[in-house]
Design a protein around this ligand. Structure first.
Ligand code: SIN
Length: 479
């Protein structure tokens, strides 16, 4: 039997930071759906938001709460900003190198809805990739690649482990504690900026187990993605570009965002995304990111990943305007946990990072608070688990599993993505949500593969939550 102290599902910042923090005597297994770098952390560009000093913590709290539009849990936000300040200092002590100026002073950039420049970054616009690499270098636990979790082994509200499909074989892995750190729901949407492995399987499994998901209608659409590249993951054009002076213009060069909010490019993310969508619907004009304020040298040095990705796509920067569209980016809702990351109502089960809902982001996440969330709440989960003595009795579960993929599932997956983008996207209507719900219910009645069923269940939950919230709030915009 495969028995561990802790199983961590997911290898983004939350999962790998938890793995790094456990006492070395613990037997820890990290499950990766694909390889370790197929996670959202790897693609995070902008940076990590953190208070500049003790005095700035309160303002970071206020900015987070005001972007969250009334739905944040104040205590959760206080933990994020206070613990986050300490944890980033610990990362620096652990040897992580954020970008610094020539005198060795940390460089902070600006992103929307922050009242100060408080975003640390690394490798210019490769913050997530650098943090992921750092954690992979620190990691001393076993990582099992190509492992899709197909079920949680739960009886009487106690979690005993996970069922996994590994290279075509079904296996059960048992543990005293299971931590879910699988990220959000990107693959449910036609246009998204997420890693291809992010497909909401665990959200779906939670629904089948009666585990509560919360605020699932609160989905963040990043305003500036380049969506014409091949592949499901669309090219993110970091908010930090706007923080450093890039403008959003229509094809006539007009900075139309002023018609929506005086903060223009630096309005909260939901406002910019909704404005772009609305303006395009009304005018039929193409929307661009404009880099007239950048020199070539600055662009290359400050945003090397974006510069070279766009160059490969044929853009001559900074002279060319780049066409943009909003794209799904981040799920604010998720598995309801307490402030120590414990899944409510279940024993030995934790959720951290984007997959969890502590209400730290409310109805609209403040830019660059998510890497910080992964760091802070993974630490709290580890501390909680380390503080316990376990009287753990193994319970063996069958390895019977439903068929995971059936013929025709792929086409339906695509249709689901298109419908979710159109009807449960940036701007939603009662009719659009209702018709998508009916489509989903029809597909759930058919005999489909389990992985598609899990996506359908999560999508249904998003729509049900959206239908329940009749008035617009934050990222949830109803017409
Ligand atoms: C970005 O670089 O714009 C993304 C940062 C974030 O999602 O917080």
């Amino acid at each position: 039997m495969n028995i561990y102290d802790v199983i961590i599902v997911g290898s983004g910042i939350a999962g790998l930071n938890a793995s790094a923090l456990f006492d070395k005597s613990k037997k820890v297994l990290v499950l990766c759906k694909d390889n370790s770098w197929n996670c959202n952390t790897f693609y995070a560009q902008g940076g990590v938001a953190v208070a500049l000093d003790e005095e700035d913590i309160n303002l970071h709290i206020q900015d987070t709460i005001s972007a969250g539009d009334g739905l944040c849990d104040k205590e959760a936000v206080e933990i994020l900003c206070k613990d986050g300040f300490k944890e980033i200092q610990n990362w620096i002590k652990r040897g992580f190198e954020f970008d610094r100026d020539k005198d060795g002073k940390l460089l902070y950039t600006k992103e929307a809805a922050h009242s100060k420049n408080r975003i640390l970054h690394a490798g210019g616009d490769a913050t997530g990739r650098y943090m992921h690499l750092f954690l992979m270098r620190e990691n001393q636990n076993t990582l099992l690649y190509k492992s899709t979790v197909t079920d949680l082994l739960i009886e009487d509200d106690i979690c005993y482990g996970v069922r996994v499909s590994h290279l075509g074989e079904i296996k059960n892995f048992y543990a005293k504690s299971v931590i879910i750190a699988t990220g959000g729901i990107g693959s449910l949407y036609e246009y998204h900026t997420n890693s291809k492995s992010i497909s909401a399987d665990l959200h779906g499994i939670c629904i089948t187990k009666g585990i509560k998901l919360r605020d699932m209608e609160m989905l963040q659409f990043h305003p500036t993605a380049y969506i014409h590249n091949r592949g499901a993951r669309k090219q993110l054009l970091s908010e930090a570009l706007r923080g450093e002076g890039a403008y959003i213009v229509d094809e006539n060069g007009k900075r139309f965002l002023f018609d929506y909010d005086k903060r223009a490019e630096l309005s909260p993310r939901n406002i910019v995304a909704q404005a772009i969508y609305d303006y395009r619907q009304k005018t039929n004009l193409e929307i661009y990111l404009n880099f007239d304020n950048f020199t070539k040298e600055f662009f290359k040095k400050r945003f090397p990943t974006i510069y070279f990705n766009l160059k490969d796509l044929g853009f001559n920067l900074p002279d060319d305007n780049v066409p943009i569209s909003p794209a799904f980016h981040y799920a604010m809702g998720g598995i309801e946990t307490d402030l120590n990351a414990k899944v409510k109502g279940f024993k030995n089960l934790y959720a951290i990072g984007e997959v969890a809902s502590t209400r730290v982001h409310g109805a609209n996440r403040l830019a660059s608070n998510s890497l910080l969330e992964g760091i802070v709440f993974s630490k709290r989960a580890v501390d909680d688990i380390e503080s316990k003595t376990f009287d753990f009795k193994i319970k063996e579960f069958s390895k019977n599993e439903d068929i995971l993929i059936k013929d025709g599932d792929k086409e339906l997956k695509h249709q689901l993505r298109v419908l979710m983008w159109k009807n449960a996207g940036i701007i939603r209507s009662y009719e659009g949500l209702k018709s998508t719900l009916e489509w989903i219910d029809d597909k759930l009645d058919q005999k489909r593969g389990k992985l598609l069923k899990l996506r359908l269940l999560t999508s249904k939950e998003i729509i049900k939550s959206a239908l329940k919230r009749k008035k617009s709030l934050g990222a949830h915009y109803m017409i």
